[in-house]
Design a protein around this ligand. Structure first.
Ligand code: FES
Length: 220
């Protein structure tokens, strides 16, 4: 996706290039237009000085490979972090479902790998009791399951032949695989097949949303 911007690049050029790219990843520009324009103006200064649109709120380390990870929009490199924050480091980009980005402005430091974060994955009303749905947190596919008023999250990939578990059905606390019927206990991911348990993640309901707690980055 790397692109060298031509001389005379404007804020509108950056918007035209970055907008559709961010959109494909589920993000959009902050709803605070003035803030967006200010950040993009700073990126043009950085472009002039350093040759690329490095995020103005990040520090370059001098290693081209590492520095590539802070060329704006850097969303693909920080999928977990941004999913948890609902925004990129400075709030230039926010998740597409955020209506008002005013509260999401402000530079965030990068959390240590392994830090636990609560990622909003869906509205409770979109997860009826006795159902499961697929969500993606960063690069990981999860099945989020509702049993009564409790919610659970576990790997969405069956350990038998890799079926998507969310396409199965919920039977009490069991999520039953759609292909050959293996049963996974949504509370701890266990099955009655040896060495075939799936990983679970803490899940909770807060303010009408379902959140899943995941450790960030390489430590997962
Ligand atoms: S793929 Fe899940 S039971 Fe066979």
């Amino acid at each position: 996706m790397r692109r060298v911007f031509f001389e005379g690049t404007t804020v509108d050029d950056l918007k035209a290039y970055m907008g559709p790219f961010a959109e494909r990843l589920g993000y959009k520009f902050n709803t605070e237009i003035e803030f967006v324009d200010e950040v993009l103006e700073s990126e043009l200064v950085v472009l002039e000085r350093d040759g690329d649109v490095y995020c103005p709120c990040r520090v370059r380390v001098g290693d081209p490979k590492e520095d590539l990870k802070i060329v704006c929009p850097c969303i693909p490199f920080y999928l977990d972090e941004f999913a948890a924050l609902r925004k990129c480091w400075c709030g230039l980009f926010i998740r597409e479902d955020v209506e008002d980005g005013a509260d999401l402005i402000g530079v965030i430091e990068q959390p240590e790998p392994g830090t636990q974060v609560d990622v909003p994955v869906c509205l409770v009303e979109d997860l009826q009791p006795g159902t499961a749905r697929h969500v993606k947190v960063g690069k990981v596919d999860l099945a989020v399951v509702r049993v009564g008023e409790e919610v659970f999250a576990l790997s969405n990939v069956c350990r038998h032949a890799f079926a998507p578990l969310d396409e199965g059905f919920v039977d009490g606390y069991a999520l039953v695989c759609p292909w050959h019927g293996w049963r996974y206990d949504v509370r701890d991911g266990t099955t009655d097949h040896p060495n075939a348990d799936v990983r679970t993640f803490p899940a909770m309901i807060r303010n009408g949303e379902v959140l899943v707690t995941v450790p960030l980055g390489r430590a997962r």
